[in-house]
Design a protein around this ligand. Structure first.
Ligand code: NAP
Length: 302
């Protein structure tokens, strides 16, 4: 099975990046695109995110071998249901959503007769919209595919090959495991960032201008994550409820243990934990997942 035409639905950070990455790394593949927002369609056309910008989802998918839904996870079912009568019979339907069990169900409900292979490129930024897209977003990043058990293996191989061409490293996993892993590595860290930034801005004893002025003490690193798109993240928490609540329960217990250690002056507990976490940072760097330079290489430290 060869993918010669990709339709991208939703032309924000992820959709725009897929379009630009195809042009940069796989330019024999034709791209069509559609976004429900007329203003986004105009901006996407001006930025040249896809070869052909379409005015309807039907026009975008009609000749596509692969359709990638790049919309918030809560919008997947509606977006997919508009496509059914217009798809080629053997088209692969995929997505880039950040949670996978709910998206798998949503796509299967909307398109029961089609080949569905959910996917999640673990790559992103805190920016959104068509201007945020860039061709190297997926370079050296993982793309996790969560194919249902009965899916055509040649379609899985074709989709894996597509993501590898865009520079991603592909991993196959079941959807429930994906949701648990991403709850730990992405969803809970975002929830913590949203909480701490919200808490700091609500404090009465410390003024907001002090919080911002002295933010280099650590707070500013949370503000980057907490600036992420509100619609996308609302949908992630509502759609990965089970795994998020499970990991949050563990996190709350660990936080309570730290609270107890601080209150009782138990320095060993604090030191042991901080030593283990420092070693984890080392592994993240050794595996090429972040910048080794102090403070992420910010220029005031170079
Ligand atoms: P984004 O920049 O906000 O772009 C999403 C676009 O989809 C918006 O223009 C939106 O229009 C449009 N849209 C919504 N419903 C639609 C529909 N039914 N048909 C066509 N277009 C529709 O969001 P993003 O950051 O690219 O995120 C897209 C997906 O990627 C999400 O599922 C997210 O979980 C996943 N993801 C994001 C990241 C990240 O770091 N941002 C990383 C990995 C995966 P409106 O503004 O009018 O709603």
């Amino acid at each position: 099975m060869s993918i010669q035409h990709v339709a991208i639905l939703g032309l924000g950070l992820l959709g725009g990046s897929v379009g630009l990455a195809v042009r940069e790394h796989a330019n024999s593949i034709t791209t069509t695109g559609y976004d429900r927002d007329v203003d986004v369609r105009g901006r996407a056309a001006a930025l040249g995110l896809v070869d052909e910008l379409c005015e309807t989802p039907a026009d975008a998918v009609r000749d596509a071998d692969l359709v990638i839904l790049c919309v918030p996870v809560g919008a997947m079912e509606t977006a997919a249901s508009e496509l059914a009568p217009h798809l080629k019979p053997n088209a692969i339907i995929s997505d880039v959503g950040s949670s996978k069990e709910s998206v798998t169900k949503a796509l299967a409900n909307a398109l029961p007769a089609h080949t569905i292979i959910p996917a999640h490129p673990v790559a992103g930024t805190e920016h959104s919209g068509p201007e945020a897209g860039f061709a190297s977003l997926f370079t050296n990043r993982w793309c996790i595919l969560t194919p249902p058990l009965d899916v055509d293996e040649t379609a899985v191989a074709a989709l894996s090959d597509f993501w590898a061409k865009l520079g991603a490293k592909v991993e196959i996993m079941d959807a429930a495991h994906h949701d648990l892993v991403l709850a730990v590595t992405s969803h809970i860290p975002h929830l913590i960032a949203y909480t701490i930034v919200g808490t700091a801005s609500d404090l009465e004893e410390v003024t907001r201008s002090e919080v911002i002025k002295y933010s280099a003490g650590g707070f500013r690193d949370f503000t980057r994550i907490a600036a992420s798109d509100p619609v996308m993240w609302r949908d992630v928490f509502l759609n990965n409820k089970g795994a998020v609540l499970e990991v949050l329960g563990r996190f709350t217990e660990d936080l309570t243990a730290l609270q107890r250690a601080i209150r009782s002056g138990d320095g060993d507990t604090l030191h042991d934990l901080f030593s283990r976490t420092r070693a984890i940072r080392r592994e993240v760097i050794d595996q090429g997942q972040d910048d080794e330079r102090p403070d992420f290489g910010r220029k005031d430290h170079s």
